[in-house]
Design a protein around this ligand. Structure first.
Ligand code: NAD
Ligand code: UDP
Length: 319
């Protein structure tokens, strides 16, 4: 069935690929974005498609639209981006959620929240299961994002319980791939940029902290699957359970890009989680999903994309 679908943050790294997939499926897609951390080039190829519409709008402000489904992805996601204006980050998560839940309530639309593994903070439970309530420092430099996303989950569940809004919540773990912002400061983009320029690779701390990296295509597959099933509200963890130290990631990227870069150490930012790996049993059981693309293959695609872009086309975030 053809749906009218709103994607907030639809010009971003994940949002633009999601829009592409939904437009290809024939849906009427409205992409809403304020371009804080993205650029129009991410959706340029969609602009002449008759079932795609782009609206420049900030989700902290109300908007009136008639839709059947809403994917709520608008929010800066990289630490350097969300810490740039932390108060705005919190407003985007909380006021954005209220505005989008309001549309869902009025239209009877189903709404999916892009939550995050950051709701677990620096986890004492490993791997992280959905029932774990997390260990977030509420007054630290990551809190604007972590607590904003936690508050958004609360709003989603309260609109669901009190107003019968049809919600879905996914907790996304580190995801990478083509179209990630090359200057977002995240580990994959930093390391690939540094490796391709044969510059020093910056390991924060001793590089023993771990992350689990999911390729973009796998992630967008399961987001669409989550939206279009009737049984599971969530939250559900989605990510790739392969776990790597940041040092291992650096070594892989050096090897795959044939780089002569050296590893150098930089201070570890405060509250940087020590280890992170999703338990995806729930997604496997209820959604019949697990990631297909191994880290190395995903990195090859991403390195090829980084080689194909002109870095001067990308600007740092602006308010
Ligand atoms: P991104 O920064 O590329 O995309 C976010 C988009 O939201 C950008 O286009 C940005 O301009 C837009 N945006 C930000 N604030 C806005 C506002 N107030 N109004 C309208 N638009 C706004 O990041 P991404 O990696 O594509 O992340 C998409 C979503 O997935 C985010 O909600 C993020 O928190 C979540 N997520 C991503 C990851 C990951 O590893 N990529 C992990 C966990 C959760
Ligand atoms: N990191 C690093 N060097 C960099 C950028 C990041 O060692 O140039 C580390 C960072 O300290 C963290 C991990 O890589 O431990 C992942 O960082 P990222 O910002 O990508 O995501 P997040 O911390 O939100 O998972």
């Amino acid at each position: 069935m053809i749906e009218r679908i709103l994607v907030t943050g639809g010009a971003g790294f994940l949002g633009s690929y999601l829009c592409e997939r939904l437009v290809d499926q024939g849906h009427d897609v409205i992409c809403l974005d304020n371009f804080f951390t993205s650029q129009k080039s991410n959706v340029a190829a969609l602009l002449d498609r008759p079932n795609f519409e782009l609206i420049r709008h900030d989700i902290t402000l109300p908007i009136f639209l008639e839709v059947d489904q809403i994917y709520n992805l608008a929010c800066p996601a990289a630490p350097g981006h969300y810490q740039y204006n932390p108060i705005k980050t919190m407003k985007t998560s909380v006021m954005g959620a209220i505005n989008m839940l309001g549309i869902a309530k009025r239209c009877g639309a189903r709404i999916l929240q892009a939550s995050t593994s950051e709701v677990y903070g620096d986890p004492e439970v490993h791997p992280q299961v959905e029932s774990y309530r997390g260990s977030v420092n509420p007054i630290g430099i990551r809190a604007c994002y972590d607590e904003g996303k936690r508050a958004a989950e609360t709003l989603f569940m309260d609109y669901h319980r009190s107003n019968n809004v049809d919600v879905r919540i996914v907790r996304i773990f580190n995801t990478f791939g083509p179209r990630m912002h090359p200057f977002d400061g995240r580990v994959v983009s930093n390391f690939i940029r540094q490796a391709l320029a044969d510059e020093d690779i910056t390991l924060f701390g001793d590089g023993s902290q771990t992350r689990s990296f999911c390729y973009r295509d796998d992630l967008v597959d399961v987001i669409i699957r989550m939206m279009n099933q009737d049984d599971l509200v969530g939250p559900v963890n989605i990510g790739n359970p392969g776990e790597f130290t940041i040092r291992e990631l650096a070594e892989k990227i050096i090897q795959l890009s044939g780089s002569s870069s050296q590893l150098v150490h930089r201070p570890l930012p405060s509250d940087d989680p020590t280890r992170r790996r999703p338990d995806i049993s729930l997604a496997k059981k209820e959604l019949g999903w697990e990631p297909k693309v191994p880290l190395e293959e995903g990195l090859k695609h991403t390195i090829a994309w980084f080689k194909s872009i002109d870095l001067s086309d990308y600007r740092p975030p602006t308010p």
